[in-house]
Design a protein. Sequence first.
Length: 127
Amino acid sequence: MANIKFSWMEFDCAVKQIVWQLTAGNKLDKFDAIYGIPRGGLVLAVALSHRLDKPLVSDIDQLSMPANHRRFLVVDEICDTGKTLSSFQNLLTATIHYNPKSTFRPTVWVGTKDSGDWIIYPWEVCK
């Protein structure tokens, strides 16, 4: 098991890669707003919201409001087990890292991780 430190510079490159994948995959017109899973997904959601000029949604209840008719991109920093993102199967999803052994596969991801690795993102405080 390895601890992998992920820097702010790597984060910025990952954001650019996600934007490129969404653009190249013609997915930009498939969502109107971005929701970030608290806590790790919020940083990524804010960055993508700025880069893509799409509104950031902070209330999860807005995702299930039928009258809203908005389409969402749900983001998290990592899809490790798949448990967190599995409840968003009908929406576009994006993560920085993805564990191929996960029960859920995000729509877009930047890199993979081994099951035994622990990634420390720059916004996390190590105790």
